[in-house]
Design a protein around this ligand. Structure first.
Ligand SMILES: Nc1ncnc2c1ncn2[C@@H]1O[C@H](COP(=O)(O)OP(=O)(O)OP(=O)(O)O)[C@@H](O)[C@H]1O
Ligand SMILES: [Mg+2]
Length: 1022
């Protein structure tokens, strides 16, 4: 008992030297009370107070060197030496392995040619398969010899993108293998730089084709020349761009890339040939290990991580669920498995994360890995993401998606017959499967993957799983668990003035720790702590808010305290998060959503009460929230304190001792958002079209596994039949012409046009007929004099039903509309008279549709926002929290793109197609058009985009070529880590766009396989 108390006191003494004292953390309640009423109202959830500092103490190391992510996006040249030597070592070890030599000898000339052909198509980076061309020691020596030759021609290679030099080197090696052929190639090398860039690929294709002798050449030489010249033209233009985005070629970098490429190939073979004999780093190139040290400060895997990665089931690519306490290091294992899939097995990977903010965080974190290792990192969140995804030619893609976007992505892959290209699906926070409609969507996604692709591996992880057996059965997965937590987490309870430590061995589950005698006040010395940086935070907050600043934040930030919840705009939240994670702010008061949202580690987490809104806290929620305390690499200990009233004591004691809650399927419970949507898509995608198959599919879902527990009155068969009947009655499905002799279970269904539109637009089926009706009515008299009518049509129905208009504001806003705009209201059946009467509190006899009235009110808000692009003034005008207005805007942007897809499927709505495309863009960014290209980069919000734009970074290309060091100097309040992340993300996006364009070029130049004459000529040959 005493021991615990003295431990804490000692720790306080140490912390006092470096940062504000412990008292500041307890001041949380004061800070929370400072929040204005309106902001508290709009988010009813209980607040979690996370007081912390993430840096280690100054005695151990200076703060600056301690940020494990400080160098996260550093350029590789700074760590060249170590990593290079390590790679040479690894490579040599590999070259000596008998199985590697065996693989080398197994390679046939065809392998060379096909690989080579692939290289010819790519001009951005072509390192991936490079080493398949030089797989024996002799060739290796040759290649080293060639390295020297390349070095002796520095002018030739000066500003050539490294990938192209690699290509050139490839060709050199290849030419050495070809004996006489090499002379010809050297001739090319002596030609001008420009010619080499453009000519090499084309020539080498032809050479390889000669040797290959498989000769699928059907084009005549004149045709080929014609096409070649166009291709050359396009390529030369693109090569120019590629040069612009690639940093000046460095010899060391090239060597590193070469070695990396070799390791990847060796690893690929290793993974194919043997499951015991792993590559330098879990079948991955040693560069991956270096990158983890460099970017994340992870030097060594935890024992459990090693065990998990070497499990037989993992080696055999079985589906896997693993569960460890919060901060156990689960992500790293998933990332290594994803890299294996991308680099060694060369298949795409989908990673599903619960929130947009986490997706963006992951994109920023993994973009640098993608750039270094040669794969794409693609964002599928908010309104970002392409359906179906762009088919990449060489490099593989890591799609990082929210639950909803992950589902749409899987649908589009199934629809285009490409689901097999997805090698791995990783689900973080797998327990989300039991949470409402989002859980139902996650379940559908996984069930579809399981049903349609036997080769796609599924991996799920969570810290809060209880009934794992059900999930195991659903996912046909192995299970791994451990209680490992690198940093001890001490749980405390505060009752009245006493603190008790949670102790499972104690009789009632807790032991007395100490009495509290803190004065709740902000000592003035707190003001001194990083004073200047705190002023900068305030200035920055004003900059992103057109000079406005929340009065509460103005008072609390100088003390290192801030609040954080959905009432703030994204820009404000981001700034505060950054200030917190760099130690400028010491205490955050926030809602429970932060616990599951962005990664903001804390030394201590204080829960103000054991409730979330009015609901008593669940154990899963409790564990997630307190799990933010004591993160590995940041703190040596973590603490949580749950404040409770005497009356809740018994319930809290149960809470801290009982097992985690089970998670249950929501597929059937979420009727229109669950089973209905599922059936529509099953039939729309032709995954299962008859009753029998659909029933079989349902039996394989998480719901199917839990049907005995979840279904009391009806059987699964009955539910299936009923749901299909409902969809048919709603006009979304049609039964195929019934063959009398068919049994009921053989009945087939097909999707109607309305059904397809709803499914393509991912419209909640509860609203699909209302949407159809509204759009149809719009066709009769769409007012196009302003955007108001269109905005009304894309205002989300679900948000409208929860809205309570302020009638005075409604009337004022209505009066300010132009006659044409007022006409929109009249067309919708909302008259001035009605609003006026409402505003003056008079009784109204005529019935007006409440949802329409509310929806129109919200479209006034959106309309004002699009006109003014100033959230603060709109927030004032409508007396709505700015965070709410921003989420309304995001919701409208998403719904607008859904309505667009809906209209695309219905011919009668052709006119909306052109209109809604433009509107979606306006709603998505809601900024001046010039900022849009910058805001496409993950992590760049409006405030930052404005700064970048005025500093001269006006396009994606500017950003991708920016030097982070220069950015730090020229952009106010930009940390090195952020600068590097922005540049990495911009680079990644630029590469993706360039690759997509190249693919388009290839597609244009490719002879269709059904081109008249091709089939005949190949038959003749045969
Ligand atoms: N082997 C390791 N050595 C040092 N630090 C590590 C190691 N593995 C992971 N970490 C660090 O531990 C921290 C927590 O890891 P991670 O986010 O993966 O935890 P988690 O298990 O996913 O927790 P949660 O359930 O809370 O999401 C991260 O900062 C990560 O970089
Ligand atoms: Mg995690």
């Amino acid at each position: 008992m005493d021991e615990g108390g003295s431990r804490i006191r000692r720790r306080v003494a140490v912390r006092k030297r470096n940062r504000p004292t412990l008292e500041s953390i307890f001041a949380a309640s004061t800070a929370a009370e400072l929040q204005p009423g309106d902001e508290e109202e709009e988010e009813e959830e209980e607040e979690m107070t996370a007081g912390s500092r993430r840096k280690k103490t100054a005695e151990v190391q200076p703060v600056e060197n301690n940020d494990s992510e400080e160098d996260m996006f550093g350029y590789s040249d700074s760590f060249t030496d170590n990593s290079f030597l390590a790679q040479v070592d690894d490579l040599e070890r590999y070259m000596q392995r008998p199985e590697h030599r065996k693989h080398a000898s197994d390679l046939s000339p065809q392998d060379f040619c096909s690989e080579s052909n692939k290289h010819n198509k790519l001009s951005i980076t072509t390192i991936d398969n490079f080493t398949e061309l030089k797989t024996d020691e002799h060739t290796n020596n040759q290649s080293r010899h060639e390295d020297v030759c390349i070095e002796s021609e520095p002018d030739l290679l000066y500003d050539m993108p490294s990938s192209q030099v690699l290509y050139f080197e490839n060709l050199q090696n290849y030419s050495n293998d070809l004996g006489d052929q090499s002379t010809k190639e050297r001739d090319w090398n002596s030609s001008s730089h420009k010619t080499m860039n453009e000519e090499l690929p084309q020539n080498s294709v032809e050479q390889h084709q000669q040797i290959n002798d498989s000769s699928s050449k059907v084009r005549t030489s004149s045709e080929e020349n014609r096409r070649k010249s166009l291709k050359e033209h396009l390529k030369s233009a693109m090569t120019g761009n590629a040069k612009a985005q690639t940093p000046i070629f460095s010899k060391t970098k090239q060597l590193k890339e070469t070695l990396l490429s070799e390791e990847i190939n060796i690893a690929k073979k290793t993974i194919e040939s043997s499951s015991d004999d792993l590559g330098p780093f879990y079948s991955l190139p040693s560069k991956v290990r270096d990158l983890y040290v460099q970017f994340k400060g992870i030097e060594k895997l935890y024992e459990w991580q090693h065990t998990c990665l070497t499990l037989n089931s993992v080696q055999e690519r079985k589906n896997l669920i693993y569960s460890l306490p919060t901060s156990g290091g689960k992500t790293l294992v998933a990332e290594i498995l994803m890299l294996q899939e991308l680099l060694c097995r060369r298949r795409d990977v989908l990673m599903i994360l619960p929130y947009v903010a986490i997706v963006q965080e992951k994109i920023s974190g993994l973009s640098s890995f993608g750039i270094e290792l040669g794969f794409f990192v693609e964002e599928y969140a908010g309104s970002k993401g392409k359906f179906p995804p762009i088919k990449r030619r060489e490099k593989k893609s890591l799609y990082i998606a929210t639950i909803e976007k992950g589902h749409s992505l899987v649908n589009s892959l199934i629809e285009t017959g490409r689901i097999g290209s997805l090698g791995l699906v990783v689900v973080d926070e797998l327990h989300m499967i039991g949470e409402g409609s989002r859980g139902a969507i996650l379940e559908m996604t996984l069930a579809k993957v399981l049903y349609t692709s036997k080769t796609t591996q599924i991996i799920g992880m969570s810290a809060t799983l209880n009934n794992v057996e059900d999930l195991q059965e659903f996912l046909q997965a192995e299970y791994y668990t451990s209680q490992f937590r690198p940093v001890e987490l001490k749980e405390y309870l505060k009752i009245n003035d006493a603190i008790y430590e949670v102790d499972s061995k104690a009789e009632n589950g807790m032991t007395f720790s100490r009495l509290l005698n803190y004065k709740i006040a902000f000592p003035r010395e707190y003001l001194k702590h990083r004073e200047e940086e705190k002023h900068e935070v305030i200035k920055n907050l004003k900059d992103v808010s057109n000079g406005n600043l929340c009065p509460v934040l103005k008072r609390t930030i100088p003390f290192g305290v801030a609040y954080h919840h959905s009432g703030l705009t994204n820009d404000e939240r981001k700034l505060l998060e950054e200030a917190y994670s760099t130690g400028v702010l010491c205490l955050f008061t926030c809602t429970s959503t932060l616990a599951a949202g962005v990664n903001l580690p804390a030394r201590r987490v204080i829960l103000r009460a054991p409730y979330v809104a009015k609901e008593f806290l669940k154990r899963n929620q409790y564990k997630q929230m307190i799990g933010r305390a004591g993160r590995a690499g940041i703190d040596s200990i973590g603490e949580s304190i749950l404040i409770l009233q005497e009356k809740d004591k018994q319930q809290v004691l149960e809470l801290i001792s009982r097992p985690l809650e089970n998670c249950y399927s929501h597929l059937v419970q979420e009727f229109t958002k669950g089973i209905q949507t599922l059936f529509l898509s099953l039939i729309g995608l032709k995954i299962a079209t008859n009753l029998d198959d659909i029933y079989r599919f349902m039996s394989g879902t998480f719901f199917g596994v839990q049907q005995k527990i979840l279904l009391k009155e009806k059987s699964l068969w009955e539910i299936t039949v009923e749901s299909l009947r409902y969809l048919t009655e709603k006009g979304l499905l049609q039964k195929d012409t019934v063959d009398k002799c068919k049994e009921e279970f053989q009945y087939s269904f097909h999707i109607t046009k309305l059904g397809r539109a709803s499914f393509k637009g991912t419209i909640d089926l509860a609203y699909c007929d209302i949407l159809y009706r509204d759009l149809k009515k719009g066709l009769e008299g769409l007012v196009l004099e302003s955007l108001l009518h269109l905005i009304y049509l894309t205002t989300p129905y679900d948000m409208a039903s929860q809205c309570n208009p302020d009638w005075m504001i409604y009337f004022r806003q209505f009066s300010q509309l132009s006659p044409a705009e007022q006409n929109v209201a009249a067309l919708l059946g909302v008259s001035e008279n009605f609003i006026g009467k409402k505003a003056s509190g008079q009784a109204i006899k005529k019935k007006v549709d409440k949802d329409t009235v509310n929806r129109l009110y919200l479209s006034f808000v959106l309309y004002a926002l699009l006109k003014e692009t100033n959230i603060w003034s709109v927030s004032e005008k409508f007396n709505m929290p700015r965070g709410y207005i921003q989420s309304l805007l995001t919701g409208a942007a998403t719904f607008s793109s859904c309505v667009l897809h809906f209209c695309e499927e219905l011919e009668e709505f052709w006119v909306y197609k052109a209109l809604l495309g433009e509107l979606t863009k306006k709603l998505t960014y809601c900024v001046k058009a010039e900022l849009i290209p910058l805001m496409e980069v993950t992590g760049v919000l409006e405030g930052r985009a404005k700064q970048l734009y005025s500093a001269g970074y006006k396009s994606l290309i500017h950003l991708a070529n920016a030097d982070p060091e220069v950015l730090i100097r020229t952009i106010d309040h930009l940390s090195r880590r952020q600068a590097k992340q922005i540049v990495s993300s911009a680079k990644m996006l630029l590469r993706e766009k360039a690759e997509a364009l190249q693919e388009e070029v290839e597609e244009l130049l490719r002879l269709p396989s059904d081109f008249p004459g091709i089939a005949a000529s190949s038959t003749e040959k045969a």
